[in-house]
Ligand binder design. Sequence first.
Ligand SMILES: Cc1cc2nc3c(=O)[nH]c(=O)nc-3n(C[C@H](O)[C@H](O)[C@H](O)COP(=O)(O)OP(=O)(O)OC[C@H]3O[C@@H](n4cnc5c(N)ncnc54)[C@H](O)[C@@H]3O)c2cc1C
Ligand code: SF4
Length: 304
Amino acid sequence: MKKISIYRPTSIDEAIQILSRHGKEAGVYAGGTDLLIRLKSRLQQAPSYLVDIKKIDNLRYIKEDAQGGVQIGAATKIAEIANSDLLKRKYPMLVEAVNMISSPELRNASTLGGDLLQEVWCQYLRGGYSCWRNGGYICYGAIGDNSYYHSAMGGRLCYAVYPGDAATALIPFDARVKLATPAGVKELSIEQLVPGDMMVDGRIQSHVVRYNEILTEVVIPPPKPGVRASFEKLRPRGVWDFAMASLAMSLQLRDQTIDDARVVFGGIAGKPLRETAVEDFLKGKTLSSDLSDHEVQRDQDRHG
Ligand SMILES: Cc1cc2nc3c(=O)[nH]c(=O)nc-3n(C[C@H](O)[C@H](O)[C@H](O)COP(=O)(O)OP(=O)(O)OC[C@H]3O[C@@H](n4cnc5c(N)ncnc54)[C@H](O)[C@@H]3O)c2cc1C
Ligand code: SF4
C-alpha cells in the first residue's frame, strides 16, 4: 500500500482547504469500502492524502423538510437509509433498492455519498492494470474479457459500467445533490452528477465532482400524488453483488391513466441510463396488464 496521510477536519471549509492544498493527490475518505480497497490494490489513481469527513458535524442525517421532501446527509450510512421509517413511508422503492446494495456489514460502513461517487469495479482497473482510469492510454475492458461489470451500451474511453444502485433509484424521484465547492454551494440533478465517463481534472471518472469539492446532501422532493415505483435488480450470483442489470421505474397515475413516468436502467452503461423514449411512450396510456403486449403488437404492425 502506498504511503498515505490522513486528515480529520471538523468543518467543510477546512476539508475543502486541505483538498485544495494537495490537489489531485488528495481524496475524500468516507466509509472507505471503495477507497481503501483501491489503496490496498496499489492503484496509481488512488489518493495519497485522505480527507476523512466523518468528524464533520451535520453530514449524517435523514430529515423531512418543510415542503414534505427529505434531506439526507452525504455521510449517512447505507444501513441507516435501509432502516429509516421516514424513507420507508415516503419512498419505499429507494429503501428496497439500498437494501440490495452489497452486504449488511458493508452497508453499515458505506455512505450514501460514497455509493454515488464510487469508482467502477472493472477487474482490470482493480487489478492494477495501467488503463485509462489508472493513468494509462488503453482500455483493457474494450479488448479483453468483459463479461462482468462492463457496459452493454458502449462507452467513450472507458467501457466499465457505473455501479451505484442509489443513483439509479434516486432519479425517478427527481432527487438533487448539493456540493460544497471553494466558490460556494452547487446544486445538480443526479443525472448531472453521474453523466458517465468524463475527463475531470485530467482523470476519467463517472461523476463531475472536482478534486476540491464535497458532496454534502441529497434532497428528494415530496412524493407526487399517485406515484407508484419499483426497483428490480439482476445479480450474477443472486446475492451481494453489483447489478448485471437493474430497473428503477415510477409511474404517476390518475385513475388508471399514466400522467408521468421515469424509467432508469442500472448496470448496463457508464451511467444510470434514463430511457426517455419509453417514458414518452408510456405517458397518456391506460395502465392495464396487457399494455406491454398490446403496444409491442401495435409497434410490430406499424413497422410491418
Ligand atoms: C463486495 C462489495 C459489494 C458491493 N455491492 C454493491 C452493490 O450491490 N450496489 C452498489 O451500489 N454498490 C456496491 N458496492 C459499493 C459500495 O456500496 C461502495 O463501496 C460504498 O457505497 C462506498 O461508500 P464509502 O462511504 O465506503 O465510500 P469511500 O470508499 O470512502 O469513497 C468512495 C469514493 O467516493 C468519494 N467520496 C465519498 N464520499 C464523498 C463525498 N461526500 N464528497 C466527495 N467525494 C466523496 C471518495 O473520495 C471515493 O473516491 C459494493 C462494494 C463491495 C466492496
Ligand atoms: S473499462 Fe475502464 S476501468 Fe476497465 S480497463 Fe477500460 S478504461 Fe480501465
